[in-house]
Structure formats: structure tokens, C-alpha cells
Design a protein around this ligand. Structure first.
Ligand code: HEC
Length: 207
């Protein structure tokens, strides 16, 4: 029995790294919200998802801002909404734990990012990217998701991750320590020709 539990624990840990269920779970799993679309997440149209986003937008940011940020500069969380929005609506591409995603890029990187180029992309050092997330359960309840960041450090700072730093803040404001190579970069390295960028779904891109 003990052995069985051990195996289960290991696979549960491996799973959480990729789907982050525990982060959303910290958010009163059964709480109802006035923003609930009352329709399963995978049945929502872009318009409906956008309505949910508009409704939770303020609370989402208030959650991210709570408490100390430790190794993440607090100003980053305070300022990212003033950066350039590179999504027009929150789309759910089925990655990042099946969440709806909305992305902002700072002034250093916005012009390059907005080309959504497929090859030869080289983001300038100092680029900061923030991506908000939320999910909608099968029962149509909205759950805030983590705030994900990518930061392009100066050349040579982190060769193994192509000079990208990755970090994230839980919906309750806590910075989350994850093994970023496995939890973030391994997947992002699949977009090698685009300097590791995934980009929003085409329908959610700024034209
Ligand atoms: C399973 C693959 C996968 C994993 C794991 C993953 N990402 Fe992503 N990420 C993507 C894809 C695909 C996109 C583009 C999705 C979208 O915006 O619709 C993306 C987008 C992003 C963006 C917006 C910039 C861009 O690439 O367009 C940030 C910031 C980001 N991810 C941070 C992280 C962090 C931090 C982690 C680790 C905690 C992580 N990601 C883990 C696939 C992944």
C-alpha cells in the first residue's frame, strides 16, 4: 500500500507541474462569483469568455497584488496592465492548464512581438511579457489562474533557457517556485524559430 501511494504521489507531482491545478484550487473551490458564465469553459464563445474577463478583471489584479512578491519585483505586477495588450480577448488554446489567457508586453518588446513572426524572431533584452489566466469549470464557475511572466535577460545570462527568465504569481498573490526548465522552458523551447514565443491564438491577435 505504501509503495502504491508513493507511485501515486510521484505521478501527482509530475501532473501538477504541467497543469497547476493546486494554484487555482487555493481559490475557494466552491465559491460562486457574480462573473460565473454558468456554462462550461469549453462551450464558451470568444464573446462570452471576454465578458467573463471584463467582469473578473479588477479582482484578478487585486489578487495578484496581494502580499509580498519576494524574488519578483512588485512594480512588475503593479505595472503590467499599462504595457501593450497583444491579445484582443482571452482565448483558451488548451495549454497552460486549459486556461483562458490574456497577454501584455512592455515597451521594449511590444513592436517585435506584435509582428507574431514565425521565424528569425529575436526579442530585445529587457522585454517583459505578462500573461493573465483564468479558467471556467465544467459547471460554469470562473476561477482566477496564475499570472505568468517571461523576461528576456541580457545575452549570455541564462544560455540554457535562451536568456529567458520565467516566473509566476498565484491568484492569491503568492510568488510560485517551480522548476522552470521543466515546467516552462521545455515546452516554450518548441517555438525555437520564434525566440520561444507561443503567441495568442490567431483570432485573439491584435490586427
Ligand atoms: C505545455 C506547453 C507550455 C508550458 C508548460 C508553459 N507554456 Fe507558456 N505558453 C505556451 C503557449 C502555447 C503559449 C501561447 C498561448 C497563448 O497565449 O494563447 C504560451 C505563452 C506564454 C507567455 C506569453 C508569451 C508567449 O509565449 O507568447 C508567457 C509569459 C508564458 N507562456 C509563461 C510561461 C511560464 C512562466 C511557464 C511555466 C510556469 C509556462 N509558460 C509554461 C506553452 C507553454
Amino acid at each position: 500500500m505504501k509503495k502504491l501511494l508513493g507511485v501515486f504521489a510521484v505521478s501527482a507531482v509530475a501532473m501538477t507541474v504541467y497543469t497547476y491545478p493546486m494554484y487555482d484550487g487555493q481559490f475557494e473551490a466552491s465559491a460562486k462569483s457574480k462573473c460565473d458564465p454558468k456554462k462550461a469553459g469549453d462551450k464558451l464563445s470568444f464573446k462570452e469568455a471576454n465578458k467573463v474577463y471584463d467582469c473578473i478583471k479588477k479582482d484578478l489584479l487585486a489578487g495578484y497584488l496581494k502580499g509580498p512578491k519576494r524574488w519578483i519585483p512588485k512594480s512588475r505586477v503593479q505595472n503590467y496592465r499599462k504595457w501593450t495588450a497583444v491579445s484582443t480577448l482571452p482565448a483558451n488554446p488548451g495549454v497552460h492548464g486549459g486556461r483562458f489567457l490574456f497577454t501584455y508586453v512592455n515597451r521594449v518588446g511590444a513592436k517585435e512581438y506584435l509582428k507574431y513572426a514565425d521565424e528569425g524572431v529575436k526579442m530585445p533584452a529587457g522585454t517583459l511579457i505578462a500573461k493573465e489566466s483564468f479558467s471556467v469549470t465544467k459547471k460554469g464557475r470562473v476561477r482566477p489562474g496564475p499570472l505568468f511572466f517571461m523576461e528576456k535577460a541580457k545575452a549570455g545570462a541564462s544560455p540554457q533557457s535562451n536568456d529567458w527568465y520565467y516566473y509566476l504569481v498565484a491568484p492569491n498573490g503568492r510568488p510560485l517556485a517551480v522548476k522552470v526548465m521543466k515546467a516552462c522552458h521545455e515546452c516554450h523551447s518548441g517555438f525555437a524559430e520564434r525566440d520561444n514565443l507561443g503567441y495568442p491564438l490567431e483570432d485573439a491577435r491584435v490586427k
